[in-house]
Design a protein around this ligand. Sequence first.
Ligand code: ADP
Length: 373
Amino acid sequence: MKHYELPVAEPLAGAAPASAPEAARGREHIVFDNLQKRYQGPQGPVAALSDVSFAIARGEIFGIIGRSGAGKSTLLRTINMLERPDSGRVLIDGADVGQLDEDGLVALRRRIGMIFQHFNLLSAKTVAENVALPLRVAGVKPAAARVRVDALLDLVGLRDKADAYPAKLSGGQKQRVGIARALVHEPQILLCDEATSALDPETTQSILALLRDINRKLGLTVVLITHDMAVIREICHQVLVLDGGRKVEQGEVWRVFGDPGAEATRALLRPLQHDLPADLAARLSPEPQGPGASGVLRLRYTGAGRAQGVPLAALAALGPGATLLHGGLDRLGGHAQGSLLVSVPAGILRQEAARAALAADQIEVLGYVAADA
Ligand code: ADP
């Protein structure tokens, strides 16, 4: 038998249906109960996971973030028991996967597809052969396998590349093959290990769109790890933040990204934030300098409060002298989020209405700039 390294290589017969019924959405699909994992490193034991407990709902796109070494890969790989925790449990549909015997593990891995940063395709096989391989190994008849492979290549938009070899494909096309292959046994869970990290931004967008499409069409639960916060912002419903093997934060993406509670999260998100433009930063001083100085304020919109948009009451309270300097808003999960930089005559900041607006909203005085010469 040929050697190959696919996480899903088990018979198609008996595979659970891929599509989660609408009614089942939102119920707990994967539960992590007090996971602990240590490795023996050269300098002694390393705690890769400590007291990690949380749940992933069925049909959700769930992101796990954290700096390098935070424990993301270890956590992801406990789902299909490629990594066994030292203690604690992983439950899938209520079943403790750590208790499964060999046959049980085989059945489990059939329900879990996985895609990788470097695609892991066999270069001597065509696109169709790469996708068909797990089926062939599982003993599926060639005619039935062909039907399934054709359907999957249609799904990922690669029907016309069925006979091409991986060397002739772009990175995005290779990942599409990886996705088709991961879905070959109709899994209920798709694990994505830095699946877009080797791709350029445009290709990343198209792969994310495909993952979103698959999540919607098939009702798959998608669990992904990434160092790219934009990926989380783009497609995840929920995000978990790991730091030093511990869970430091979890919640809906718009909440966690809009108002991060942990310093580790703020550090990860810093590259996404609008910083002060350099020319403005250079002119900023902590106190008003001379007559006609203006205060520079940052208005932050976290998406909390009114879901649909940003009320302009705070801006209005700053009076007609308020000037928009910089900033922008995004929409995250239907919530407007971002920040605006505004300058106002320094005198206004001493007035009661303005002070009330400052106190009531998330408005920060960053400093003052002198009147233009
Ligand atoms: P991440 O995916 O967030 O970068 P990992 O789960 O890969 O984090 O690693 C968590 C910690 O465990 C790190 O300190 C890493 O060096 C250590 N680690 C991971 N795998 C092993 C291993 N096989 N042997 C020893 N240490 C490991």
